[in-house]
Design a protein around this ligand. Structure first.
Ligand code: NDP
Length: 494
């Protein structure tokens, strides 16, 4: 709220004339000394910050995470320290491939990024509404995202680029199938699940490590648009998800998600006997082998008062963990540990964590100093180097993580000899099999609709290559897509 109702410059000087520029005579020209005019125009020119390269269109709200079940045998993280424990959170949802003004109902994964403001620092869990991802190595990320953005020549989205890339990278199949299912066009943000997606670790008071997956199940129930409904909504309301979220929270209809985890022991992860790599982001951990364990409830109950301040400037990074939560060898996670803070330093500056929505509400203490927009006192007169003889900074060994045992050789690894590593088909096949006949029908319809956009001299090559993958996922799926695209299957090289 405004503290007074006087009109002032940014430096606080009250002024009177906000609409008429100073001019020589009533018809001008204007005077260089009209600083009010300069300030208004110059600040306006600087209103936009770079939009996120991915996840540019987003919505978000504040809320509360409450622990309902004890998981202290797995983690000493304070956020999980006891039943009934409450922690303030910020949750930002987003689409991925579109620009800031794009439609909310596009077929796309949805971002599901949470910031927990815990006493041991801010913990960011930066996931999606899908448990897997298109690629398993971060070296591929830029190439992959280019295919989801605009073609460099036409400056238009290109199904040809997308399917060319996907068909050449069959590890994408699992995520592509989820994207083409009904869940590729969720009915806003309230009716979808969220997943931490990566494998993370938890460390308990005995300094034992466990590997975990995080699942946020919507309490509103899964609800999706069909392909046609999503397209209609795009024409009717580009901001459907933003409107749905803000209106429901304003009306006191607070959305909730139930947090559950899957847990794998370090010994299980290291045994090499399991048929897939537990750190491979293109695979899920089957529930039958790793059952879901209840943890708590996340409720969104407060819309931000200013979108730019709290949502556009929100900066989430999987690197931001807290005591009791750790990383894992997941290669995509390792890549994101670097790329997310790097993106924020570019978009918001080196001191992005001092912007109020990103700031840890509890004390932070280190020897980082200066940089653009340093606004937190900059350490005052305290020493700016370590070690020193003047302050009483203490290193507490209780925060040390247990060592992680690794036995391997350094190389640009892709383990082609590992059967599980190359199995891009079993888990998408399992997914197709658990779909109802109607969900299967919709998925086939959506794939045909999306692949119909492939064009140009490589059209047949790309379609045939992708059809072979669909066949390997499920024979009926491959046949139905081939039929819908009018491809003579006898001509396919399998
Ligand atoms: P389960 O039957 O135990 O679990 C199936 C899971 O699939 C449920 O979590 C369900 O979520 C989810 N699901 C159902 N329909 C869809 C859909 N159209 N798109 C995406 N997810 C859907 O079997 P498994 O654990 O063995 O997994 C079988 C397949 O289910 C996997 O290969 C994977 O594709 C998919 N899946 C698995 C998850 C896991 O962590 N194991 C998580 C999500 C998907 P809900 O309960 O919310 O309906």
């Amino acid at each position: 709220m405004k503290s007074h109702n006087k009109l002032t410059t940014a430096s606080g000087r009250p002024f009177v004339e906000n609409e008429n520029s100073q001019s020589i005579g009533p018809r001008g020209p204007l005077l260089l000394q009209d600083y009010i005019l300069h300030e208004k125009m110059a600040h306006f020119n600087r209103e936009r910050i770079p939009e996120r390269v991915v996840h540019a269109k987003g919505s978000g709200a504040f809320g509360t995470f409450t622990v309902t079940h004890d998981i202290t045998k797995y983690t000493k993280a304070k956020v999980f320290s006891g039943i009934g424990k409450e922690t303030k959170v910020l949750l930002r949802f987003s689409t991925v491939g579109g620009e800031k003004g794009s439609a909310d109902t596009e077929r796309d994964p949805r971002g599901f990024a949470i910031k927990f403001y815990t006493e041991d620092g801010n913990w960011d869990l930066v996931g999606n509404n899908t448990p897997v991802f298109f690629i398993k190595d971060p070296k591929k990320f830029g190439d992959f995202i280019h295919t989801q953005k605009r073609d460099p020549y036409t400056n238009m989205k290109s199904p040809t680029m997308m399917w060319d890339y996907w068909s050449l990278n069959p590890e994408s199949l699992h995520q592509v199938l989820i994207l083409m299912s009904d869940r590729g066009t969720p009915y806003g943000y309230r009716h979808m699940n969220g997943y931490g997606s990566h494998t993370f670790s938890m460390i308990n008071n005995a300094n034992e490590r466990f590997y975990v997956k995080f699942h946020f199940k919507t309490a509103q129930g899964i609800k999706n648009f069909t392909n046609e409904e999503a397209a209609q909504m795009k024409a009717h309301d580009m901001d459907f998800s933003q409107r749905d979220l803000i209106e429901n929270i304003d009306a006191g209809n607070f959305p909730k998600w139930n947090l559950k985890i899957q847990v794998m022991t370090e010994a299980q992860a290291n045994s090499q006997e399991y048929y897939f790599n537990p750190f491979d982001l293109t695979k899920v951990w089957p529930h039958a082998d790793f059952p879901l364990i209840d943890v708590g409830v996340l409720e969104l109950n407060q819309n931000p008062h200013n979108y730019f301040q709290d949502i556009e400037q929100a900066a989430f990074a999987p690197a931001h963990i807290v005591n009791g939560i750790g990383y894992s060898p997941d290669k995509m996670l390792q890549g994101r540990l670097l790329s997310y803070p790097d993106a924020h330093r570019y978009r918001l500056g080196a001191n992005y964590e001092q912007i109020p929505v990103n700031r840890c509400p509890f004390a932070t203490n280190n020897y980082q100093r200066d940089g653009q927009m340093r606004i937190d006192g900059n350490g005052g007169e305290n020493p700016n180097y370590y070690p020193n003889s003047f302050d009483d900074m203490k290193i507490d060994p209780a925060y040390k993580e247990p060592p992680l045992e690794v036995q391997s050789t350094i190389a640009d690894w892709y383990d082609r000899n590992c059967e599980g590593e190359n199995d891009h088909y079993t888990q998408p096949g399992n997914l197709f099999k658990i779909m109802t006949p109607k969900q299967q029908e919709n998925t086939v319809h959506n794939i045909i609709s999306a692949m119909s956009g492939i064009e140009g001299p490589k059209k047949s090559e790309i379609i045939n290559r992708q059809l072979c993958h669909w066949y390997r996922v499920d024979g009926r799926l491959g046949a139905a897509v081939a039929d819908g695209l009018g491809v003579d299957v006898d001509m396919l090289e399998r």
